[in-house]
Design a protein around this ligand. Structure first.
Ligand code: 2AM
Ligand code: CA
Ligand code: CA
Ligand code: CA
Length: 263
């Protein structure tokens, strides 16, 4: 399977969702709290409904997992491949609520546990990052590649922090301090999917974070991999979409980063 059709559909839905997000932000945005420091808006929800409806129109048998509405089973009893879409309607909700133009739509398709299609769309920049298994990743249709920076001392990195204030948060702060000391700089953009897209196109040399969910990393994982990058869990073990931690790099930095991230 080449999943060419699925990728085209995902790209078209992501663009449609991005237009919806910009329109709704100007019209009626209502912010509410899921937990302390964990925001959601009516636009996150309406965008997920739009994306889910569009996927169901094209692929009614497929399962869907979205951040705001959870699991949605496809129509027919499962025979053959298990297909599941991962949807983050707005990745970077805090930026979205504040008017910081760094947020995106993230859509991935997994077949039998393998990610085969990934799309990240930044509506404010009109940038569409996409990939399918076995093909070069693209930005607005043009092939992209990771950077070739060989050492941390010359690298620009990016990370994020869990919204809770527990032990994981303290560990993330410690890693941030360590790498801020040893690298050219560590950015904190507020959208894990954009972080991954920027590693894929070489704007950033590597990204790490823990406490993430499948809809945050599914699409970005594939886009980095198909742009020639390397993706693993934070300790260097294989990346798993349900695994919560991720280290994505240009490849050249990967081993040095695994060492540097050990606490
Ligand atoms: P979101 O905007 O879709 O919620 C910021 O560091 C990144 O963490 C964003 O990708 C953000 O996704 C994600 N994030 C926000 N709250 C989170 C939570 N409670 N658990 C895991 N990830 C979260
Ligand atoms: Ca959220
Ligand atoms: Ca997210
Ligand atoms: Ca989200």
């Amino acid at each position: 399977m080449t999943y060419h059709h699925e990728l085209r559909v995902a790209e078209s839905i992501a663009r449609q969702a991005g237009r919806h997000i910009l329109r709704e932000r100007a019209k009626n945005m209502e912010v509410s709290l899921k937990a302390p420091n964990d925001l959601v808006t009516n636009v996150d929800r309406s965008t997920e409904r739009l994306i889910t409806a569009a996927i169901r129109e094209h692929f009614p048998d497929d399962d869907i997992l979205g951040e705001e509405y959870g699991d949605h089973q496809g129509d027919s009893p499962k025979v053959g491949a298990q297909r599941r879409w991962l949807i983050d309607p707005i990745d970077g909700t805090v930026n979205f609520t504040m008017g910081i133009p760094l947020y995106c739509v993230s859509i991935a398709l997994q077949v039998d546990g393998h990610t085969v299609v990934g799309v990240i769309y930044e509506p404010n920049r009109d940038e569409l990052f996409s990939a399918r298994d076995g093909k070069p990743a693209t930005l607005n249709g043009a092939p992209i590649e990771v950077s070739d920076c060989p050492k941390i001392a010359n690298a620009v990195l990016v990370t994020g922090f869990p919204s809770g204030r527990g032990e994981e948060f303290e560990q993330a702060l410690e890693q941030f301090i360590n790498l801020t000391r040893t690298s050219r700089g560590v950015r904190r953009l507020g959208s894990a999917a954009i972080d991954l897209a920027y590693v894929a196109c070489g704007r950033i040399d590597a990204f790490w974070e823990f406490g993430l969910s499948p809809w945050d990393t599914g699409a970005g994982y594939l886009i980095v991999a198909q742009a020639g990058g390397q993706v693993s869990a934070l300790d260097g073990s294989p990346y798993h979409v349900e695994g919560r931690s991720i280290l994505a790099s240009n490849g050249a930095l990967h081993a040095e980063l695994i060492e540097a991230l050990k606490l």
